[in-house]
Design a protein. Structure first.
Length: 204
């Protein structure tokens, strides 16, 4: 897979905008939907991921939606010293879900805090094992889908299985991303994130 990435980068340099668009488009993958015990909303890009999870829930693909707590101790401590509190991302996602007609008793906050995608995958897999479940639907953003799938396969394997889906309303577009600072950062982060997965997670 690392060879594939390097080849795509080489094509991008050699052939310009079409190859650059192909590189960004290659990051986006999606698995066929299968009914599962739960839909998990990965952290980031709210409200789009939670909105997609709510849609899948309303379509009957799973009876529960799981949320994950993000660990930001440094940020929380600094804000605490200033006497400030902010709404945590998982709290905002919960609000999005309830406003999208997901019943409160169908929303589950997983025990444990995470710092990155690998932590999220480990936590989800642990929860599935504890509950004796064999699959889960994971909702993330478009550009993050390939890395989520690769991380799951590297850390968990094929059992339990993860059905990776992206948020349909995510504004990410593979075309001309290199002219937008935000999307250029997204693409570069995902490429280097994939390299880290395939190298065995040397960067923690």
């Amino acid at each position: 897979m690392l060879v594939v990435v390097l080849a795509l980068v080489g094509l991008s340099v050699a052939f310009g905008s079409r190859a650059l668009s192909a590189l960004a488009g290659w990051l986006v993958v999606e698995d066929p939907l299968i009914r599962a015990p739960a839909i998990v909303v990965l952290n980031g890009y709210f409200p789009f991921r939670a909105m997609e999870a709510a849609y899948l829930y309303q379509q009957g693909w799973a009876p529960e939606v799981w949320l994950i707590q993000e660990s930001s101790p440094g940020q929380e401590e600094a804000l605490g010293q200033l006497g400030m509190r902010i709404s945590r991302e998982e709290s905002i996602n919960r609000e999005v879900l309830t406003r999208s007609q997901v019943p409160p008793d169908a929303i589950c906050m997983l025990n444990g805090k995470v710092k990155n995608t690998a932590d999220e995958v480990r936590l989800i897999a642990h929860e599935l094992a504890q509950r004796g479940r064999d699959r889960v639907i994971i909702v993330t953003s478009k550009a993050h889908t390939r890395r989520v799938r690769a991380t799951w396969r590297a850390l968990v394997g094929n059992s339990p299985s993860a059905i990776v889906r992206y948020a349909a309303r995510d504004p990410y577009s593979p075309s001309r991303w290199w002219r937008n600072t935000r999307e250029a950062l997204v693409v570069s982060r995902e490429i280097f994130g994939l390299m880290n997965v395939w190298a065995g997670f040397p960067v923690r």
